[in-house]
Design a protein. Structure first.
Length: 302
C-alpha cells in the first residue's frame, strides 16, 4: 500500500503548498499594488462577478471530489484483502504481541512472513484496545477485545520492519513494539520447518473440540443436537429470529462464548457457554478447526 498511500499523501501536500503560495502571493501582490497612494483616495465599489464566483466554487469542488474518489479507492483496497492470503492470528495483550501461524508456529513480538505474498492478520485482544501499526507498510488497525479485526499487506522487499502499538494501552504501551521479518520464500520455508512441531492450529482445535465434547452434539451426520459444522464457514446461517448472518470468525467466537445470542433455526438453545473455559488462543484454534471442515471433509469422522 505504501506507493498508493504516499502518492495520495504527496499530492495533498503538493496541492496545499500550491494554494498556500498562490493565496499568500496574491495577498502580498495586491496589498502592494492596490495600496492607498494619497490620503484622500477612495476605493472603487465592485458588485458581484458571477463568472468568477462560479469558477472559484466549481474548481475546488472538482478538486475535493477528486481527492474523495482517490482516497476512497485507496481505502477500499486496504479494507479488502485478496481472496488468497496467508492468514496469521494476532492476539494483543498488555504488553506484547502474540502471533499464531496456521501451521502451529507461535511467535512473540516478532512475525516472520514471506516476501511477495498477501498476508492477512486476524486480530483480537485479551484485555484492552491495542493497535497494530507497521509504518513501512502504511497499515494500521485497532485490535479490540471481543472482536476480530483484519489488516492485510503484501511485503515487497525482504528486511526487518518496525511494529508498534498505536493505541495507549497502559503503563508499558511504549514498550509494546516488535518487528516484522520479511524473508525470501526459501528462507521462509526453512524458518517454517524449523518451528515447533506442535501441529497445525486446526489439529489443535480438533483435539480441543473432542476434549470439550463439542463433537457429541455437533456431529457430521446431522443427527446431533447441534448444527452440523461441516462446510459452515463463510456460509449464511438462518436464525430462529428470522435474521440471517454470515458464519465468520466473529460469529463462531460468539456462538462458543454466548451460544444463545444467535440460535440457528431448527435447534433448541441448549448449548452451554464456554466463557472462561477457553482462552482467546484456544478460540482461534477452534475457529481454525471449523474453517478446516470447509476445505477438507476427510478429517471429520469423529
Ligand atoms: Cu498495546 Cu498500546
Amino acid at each position: 500500500m505504501a506507493t498508493r498511500v504516499d502518492a495520495l499523501y504527496f499530492f495533498l501536500v503538493g496541492l496545499t503548498v500550491f494554494f498556500s503560495l498562490l493565496i499568500a502571493g496574491l495577498i502580498v501582490t495586491y496589498a502592494v499594488r492596490f495600496r492607498r497612494r494619497t490620503p484622500d483616495s477612495i476605493g472603487a465599489r465592485i458588485h458581484g462577478g458571477t463568472m468568477l464566483e462560479i469558477t472559484w466554487s466549481v474548481i475546488p469542488f472538482l478538486i475535493t471530489m477528486g481527492i474523495f474518489v482517490w482516497g476512497a479507492s485507496v481505502f477500499f483496497a486496504m479494507a479488502r484483502p485478496p481472496d488468497e492470503t496467508l492468514n496469521v492470528y494476532v492476539v494483543g495483550k498488555q504488553w506484547m504481541w502474540k502471533f499464531q501461524h496456521l501451521d502451529g508456529q507461535r511467535e512473540i513480538n516478532e512475525l516472520h512472513v514471506p516476501v511477495g505474498r498477501a498476508v492477512k492478520l486476524i486480530m483480537t485482544s485479551e484485555d484492552v484496545i491495542h493497535d497494530v501499526f507497521v509504518p513501512a507498510f502504511r497499515v494500521k488497525a485497532d485490535v479490540i477485545p471481543g472482536r476480530y479485526t483484519h489488516l492485510w499487506f503484501e511485503p515487497t522487499k525482504p528486511g526487518t520492519y518496525h511494529l508498534f502499538c498505536a493505541e495507549y494501552c497502559g503503563t508499558r504501551h511504549s514498550g509494546m513494539v516488535g518487528q516484522i521479518v520479511v524473508m525470501e520464500p526459501n528462507d521462509y520455508q526453512t524458518w517454517l520447518s524449523g518451528g515447533a512441531g506442535e501441529g497445525s492450529l486446526a489439529s489443535a482445535g480438533q483435539k480441543l473440540f473432542a476434549d470439550l465434547a463439542c463433537n457429541t452434539c455437533h456431529r457430521a451426520d446431522a443427527q446431533g443436537r447441534g448444527p452440523v459444522l461441516q462446510n459452515l464457514f463463510g456460509k449464511t446461517v438462518e436464525l430462529t429470529s428470522g435474521e440471517k448472518v454470515v458464519a465468520d470468525e466473529a460469529y463462531i467466537r460468539e456462538s462458543i462464548l454466548n451460544p444463545h445470542a444467535k440460535t440457528v433455526v431448527g435447534f433448541q438453545p441448549i448449548m452451554p457457554t464456554f466463557q472462561g473455559l477457553v482462552t482467546e488462543e484456544q478460540l482461534l484454534e477452534l475457529i481454525e478447526y471449523v474453517k478446516s471442515l470447509k476445505q477438507d471433509t476427510s478429517n471429520v469422522t469423529q
